[in-house]
Design a protein around this ligand. Sequence first.
Ligand code: PMP
Length: 352
Amino acid sequence: MKKWEENVRRVVPYTPGEQPNVPGMIKLNTNENPYPPAPGVLQALAEMDAERFRLYPDPASSVLVEALADYYHRPKEQFFVGVGSDDVLAMAFQTFFNSKKPILFPDITYSFYPVWADLFGIPYEQPALDEAFQVVREDYQRENGGIVFPNPNAPTGLYMEPAGVEEILCRNPDVVVIVDEAYVDFAGPSAMELIDRYENLLVVQTFSKSRSMAGMRIGFAVGNPVLIQYLNDVKYSFNSYTMSQAALELGAACVRDGAYFQETQKKIIAARERTKEKLLELGFSFPDSRANFIFARHESCSASEMFEALKKQNIYVRHFDAPRIRDYLRITIGTDEQMDILIGFLREYLKR
Ligand code: PMP
């Protein structure tokens, strides 16, 4: 090892899903939305004034924050925006998880959480989900330095009703609880409704899934203004201009086009329910997903074999080679047509 390397911060990075660029592929591996961004976004893009790029963007991201505040009927002081929810979550870990006690998150969950914890030197424990992949709420009653979990959980897709989230909040008034709602628009009520009663709750959402804007990198947090102020203090200590001018303008246009958002949301939920029925017929089993993906295993066929066979057909899904979940494939919900092709292939493949 070179002398200078002794001073290097070494980390084991998160592995993002593949972004292959194969013509005609069916991409069901990173939970993107199969539908294009809203018409309002396309119009804002066509009208965008490139001269504006000469200047720095508004560090407070006001146009986007105000669009979100309007849409959710909440004061703008409750919103924080970032470069995808990964940026918002990383910033929130750094801001709120500053205790010597371990933070808690499930053993099977978004695999970025342990990476941020290691990067920021945050101790953590991972209470196991039960056999049915449900969160065991009693496990979140022990002493801790903070709590984070996705709802619906990833990659299982299981959703916890607001009453369950509230039970965890009730038991943990002395730490910040982060609910990562990347997939909540496909599921049910958001925990946002609990913010006014729990000043230690931070809800994080993204434009990458239900809003068809993964490439634009927009995420946001909603919480008590005091929490949001602490987040901003850390943001301004790191990078004042996280959001590009393009992301601010297109993000605001996206939020204003609420009708399109609701329409695509419905189509994806309908395709998900239809896909569940077909997968059951083919001998798959899965937790009852409320997200835009299904986490499925087959009674007689190995997940890694199916993963490779699908890839040969240019159908990309995700497989995690990790304890407890290596028998499963995570299949993003695409268009009806894409799901028909997937099911058609699996039907033939399983007949071999
Ligand atoms: N949280 C969860 C649970 C996710 O699955 C993802 C997507 N990988 C994210 C957060 C981050 O999404 P983004 O940074 O695109 O908003």
